[in-house]
Write a protein that binds this ligand. Structure first.
Ligand code: GTP
Length: 599
């Protein structure tokens, strides 16, 4: 293979602007997928992705394209996620590319993550090809979007391609432009091997499958390789490319190419994303610069509903970690739930996806504690503690000062919604930084905001305040001083540590009230009265009661046959499976997830 005929590119966009559909159309266009076997969004291989219509994990595929110049090119197309939670995944895939198609929806225009993704690609010096998608829609406003691309992203108007991924318009143009504009990878087949690990999956028969981009040298079958971060060595048993979505073994991968490696790697945690693969005989002197250190923004505890499922959960989490490098975990122990894990996520959506995957793919019944950010506490002894779990929050008398993470939030909204959005940011303790009029009807507001105020529902609120046009993007800024207190929830006098959270002192009452009211709705009536109290230290800041009820499921079958009663009891037992016994109070699992939506 000739390096000059390789093109590595990604598709980047704001969520729902049509990346996955465009990827599908490109694959169909080059004949990579048979129309009969076609199902929408081929690159979204997880059920969950397709159901929710979002791309979670970057996947790559190799395509052959016969260009108008008569030559056949090899395209490595890497799909990327678009949600604000997954910037890391985007940066991961971009590192393996030389170019990017920046897709902008013709009806929505440039949004916050269009800008954020544009900068990610620009930082990596990728060639960016702007594509206006969905031009088939009657509400498409091509001229306005063109102007935005020129004014906001400073890309030349003649570089813009008009397309409809749905109708297949503009696809030829896009493919030809990838060839002419995206540079071929720099060829260095003879240099010592350096290959970048940009993704991996776990296969229960073949162990870990690594996805890699060969940066220098040539990777050959049967080579002894070393993963530089861990120092471990392996022998390559299979090497290949994902040609037309099918694993196709090859004997070697030259520099610039993208493919997969199977090397009898048994343990999920032996592979670090961003690591460098080197040849043990011809070791590269330096590891490639991996990916930037991830900031885990949201933490929560994950526990099995049934304590004897702990080993299954452990196994599932280890496997999941392999396909999701951006998720981290450590063991922890909770008073209420026994053994479990404290897990770190990129955002709330990421957390929900991990939960759903664990429940669905590994058939586990789980409890998640209220998510929180990582606070920083300086004790009177001068120790600096990173508190990722409210239960680790020191006693008030031991605290000298406390800090919480702030993010810089960019909010892109229509001009007439400024007032409503400002009100929302104010109620979320936002510190105003600036306003920039990007064009007549589009404005960018910049705020410094506590991360804890935006992780839960800020994005949804912005969407609803702006008729769906608003979008946000945020990046970590720094830790700012905040006076924090620990808010506990007691059920009939027993503190349920799963609901404990850290809040700014002035918000303790409001949050406590919200929590107890929500719990009152969610906790089913029991045979006895349940007292729900929100407390800060010894002080009760809010309280509610759930009055008792007796529920006899067999009441209506008087006389009947015992098997009928048994059936009803069985059914009741099923229903109870999703209830978590806490002390004497049963709490439905949904309650744990519901309460976190309270601000
Ligand atoms: P994520 O994977 O969630 O980041 O979204 P995405 O950017 O991949 O968007 P996706 O391809 O899932 O498309 C979003 C929606 O827009 C889907 O309902 C598509 O059918 C629709 N869509 C995509 N391209 C076009 C187009 O050219 N025209 C029209 N009318 N609809 C389109």
């Amino acid at each position: 293979m000739d390096n000059s005929l390789i093109r590595n590119f990604s598709i980047i966009a704001h969520i729902d602007h049509g990346k996955s559909t465009l990827a599908d159309r490109i694959m169909e266009h080059v004949g990579a997928i048979d129309k009969r076997h076609f199902h929408a969004q081929m690159l979204d291989d997880m059920d969950l992705e397709r159901e929710r219509g979002i791309t979670i994990k970057a996947s790559s595929v190799q395509l052959n394209y016969k260009s108008k110049d008569g030559k056949t090119y090899t395209f490595n197309l890497i799909d990327t996620p678009g949600h604000v939670d997954f910037t890391y995944e985007v940066s991961k895939s971009l590192t393996a590319c030389e170019g990017a198609l920046l897709v902008v929806d013709a009806t929505q225009g440039v949004e916050a993550q269009t800008v954020a993704n544009y900068y990610l690609a620009k930082e990596r010096k990728l060639k960016i090809i702007p594509v206006i998608n969905k031009i088939d829609l009657p509400s498409a406003d091509i001229e306005r979007v063109k102007k935005q691309i020129v004014d906001i992203l400073r890309l030349p108007v003649e570089s813009i391609i008009l397309a409809s991924a749905k109708e297949g318009l503009g696809i030829d143009d896009i493919l030809e432009r990838v060839i002419s504009d995206v540079p071929a990878p720099i060829a260095n087949n003879e240099a010592p091997l350096q290959a970048l690990v940009f993704d991996s999956v776990f296969d229960s028969y073949r162990g870990v499958i690594i996805y890699t981009r060969i940066v220098n040298g040539t990777l050959k079958k049967n080579t002894n390789i070393k993963l530089m971060q861990t120092g471990k060595t392996y022998n390559i048993i299979e090497l290949g490319v994902l040609k037309d979505l099918k694993e196709t073994p090859v004997v070697e991968l030259i520099s610039g190419n993208v493919g997969y490696v199977i090397a009898n790697i048994k343990q999920a945690n032996e592979v670090v994303i961003g690591d460098t693969i080197a040849d043990t005989n011809n070791s590269a002197p330096v590891a490639l610069s991996g990916y930037k250190q991830l900031k885990h923004l949201v933490f929560c505890g994950i526990y099995p509903v049934n304590a004897k499922d702990f080993d299954n959960l452990k196994d599932a989490i280890e496997k999941l970690k392999l396909s999701d490098a951006s998720f981290i975990y450590t063991r922890e122990n909770s008073q209420s739930f026994g053994f479990g894990f404290r897990c770190g996520f990129l955002g709330l959506l990421h957390m929900e996806i991990v939960q759903e995957r664990l429940e669905r793919e590994y058939n586990l019944n789980l409890i998640l504690t209220t998510p929180n950010v990582v606070y920083r506490v300086v004790t009177n002894k001068g120790e600096v503690l990173e508190v990722d779990n409210p239960l680790k929050f020191p006693a008030p008398q031991d605290i000298k000062s406390s800090e919480e993470p702030f993010v810089l939030v960019n909010i892109l909204i229509p001009t007439d919604t400024i007032d409503n959005v400002c009100e929302l940011t104010k109620s979320r303790r936002g510190i105003y930084r600036g306003t920039e009029y990007l064009e007549e009807d589009l404005v960018r507001l910049t705020y410094e905001m506590p991360l804890s105020e935006i992780i839960v529902d800020f994005y949804d609120k912005i969407k609803s305040l702006t008729r769906g046009y608003g979008s946000i993007d945020y990046e970590f800024l720094d830790y700012y001083p905040t006076k924090l207190v620990k808010l506990d929830i007691a059920l009939n006098g027993n503190i349920c540590d799963a609901f404990s959270c850290l809040v700014p002192k002035e918000k303790a009452h409001l949050k406590g009230k919200g929590l107890v009211e929500k719990l009152k709705e969610l906790i089913p009536r029991q045979l006895f009265e349940v007292k729900i109290q929100a407390t800060v230290g010894a002080q009760i800041v809010a309280s509610e009661r759930v009055s008792p009820v007796g529920k006899n499921v067999t009441a209506k079958c008087y006389g009947g046959d015992i098997t009928r009663k048994r059936k009803l009891w069985e059914k009741q037992k099923e229903g109870k499976k999703r209830l978590k016994q806490f002390g004497t109070v049963e709490i439905p699992q949904e309650a744990f997830l519901e309460v976190l939506r309270i601000q």
